[in-house]
Design a protein around this ligand. Structure first.
Ligand code: ASP
Length: 313
């Protein structure tokens, strides 16, 4: 039986630009408006794809690419600095139709890491490539490269200097995560997720967080949901957050909102903080965060297009 026009027209999209300590007291109205505009632009980049009948995969790739190009967020241009003053980028993408996935970590020259992750998924024999090898693969596949200076911004440099002067731990005391991600359900009923990040300020020893780890920061399975996370990467890896949400839905019959909240609760119990966006096979969007704020946006076929920053979650 063919789908009715109503069902076929149903699409939905959520994006995030990281969780953090932001409150209206800390962030003035002008700054909030700047972030909201940046989120709205990325949301529309993804929504336009879905409105035109495009795939969830193309939509999450378009939205995340827009967020990577925007220096407000910790991904692509505007990524945080490593301990040694470089920018090392991680990204992943996943197709809910067949659980195909691609991921890259510690790339330093590929302009849009999420697009490289997609080429890894679609044109390479592996799921996860890192560092110099990932960049060799990128060059072989004609990906756009930039001078590493393109990713660096003065504000992120200041955050590194501040981090080094404190020396009181490995996590940004102000909880400015800023990782970006998107999840979508297209008019065909297919799901996709993508996440991209510069990781944590001051990271060293080739540290990799949850964002590019399939099942931790990123996951998509048409049988359950698509998920993208931001937060304390180490804890999100240990919990296997994105896959755990999908598993609870499939095996325990939980709905997407219940599963997302339950798994974020586990993260919290282990001392982790952050946020999650997810969409289920029906196109139901949900989000949760245990920080003060989460840069976020939601759009769907009804014309909904809204962005937010502050709590309550
Ligand atoms: N989850 C990311 C990481 O651990 C950080 C973030 O969300 O900004 O690399």
């Amino acid at each position: 039986m063919t789908e009715t026009t109503d069902t076929a027209a149903r699409w939905s999209l959520a994006i995030h630009g990281g969780a953090g300590a932001m409150t209206p007291e800390i962030m003035d109205a002008a700054m909030a408006a700047e972030y909201e505009a940046a989120l709205a632009t990325a949301l529309e980049a993804g929504a336009a794809v879905l409105r035109d009948g495009g795939s969830a995969l193309d939509a999450v790739s378009a939205a995340v690419s827009a967020l990577e190009d925007d220096p407000h967020f910790n991904a692509g241009r505007g990524a945080v600095f490593t301990y040694h003053g470089t920018n090392e980028l991680d990204a992943a993408i996943m197709d809910g139709r067949n659980r195909a996935a691609g991921a890259v970590s510690a790339v330093t020259r590929t302009r849009n890491p999420v697009q490289l992750a997609r080429v890894v998924m679609e044109q390479g024999p592996h799921v996860f490539l890192a560092g110099a090898g990932a960049e060799e693969f990128a060059r072989d596949h004609g990906m756009a490269e930039v001078d590493p200076a393109w990713f660096a911004t003065a504000e992120r440099r200041c955050q590194l200097d501040e981090f080094k002067s404190r020396k009181d731990g490995w996590f940004d005391a102000d909880l400015k995560f800023g990782t970006v991600g998107a999840v979508a359900r297209d008019a065909n009923g297919d799901l996709a997720a993508a996440t991209s990040t510069g990781g944590l300020t001051g990271k060293r020893w080739n540290r990799i967080g949850d964002s590019p780890v399939i099942g931790a920061g990123t996951y998509a399975d048409n049988r359950a949901c698509a998920v993208s996370c931001t937060g304390t990467g180490e804890v999100f890896i240990r919990v296997g957050v994105a896959h755990e949400i999908a598993a609870r839905m499939r095996l325990a019959g939980e709905d997407v909102a219940t599963a997302t909240r339950a798994v974020l609760g586990e993260v919290g119990h282990l001392g982790g903080v952050g946020g999650i966006i997810a969409v289920d096979a029906e196109g139901t969007l949900t989000h949760a965060f245990n920080t003060n704020g989460l840069y976020r946006g939601f759009a769907d076929h009804t014309g909904r297009a809204e962005v937010g920053i502050f709590g309550p979650a």
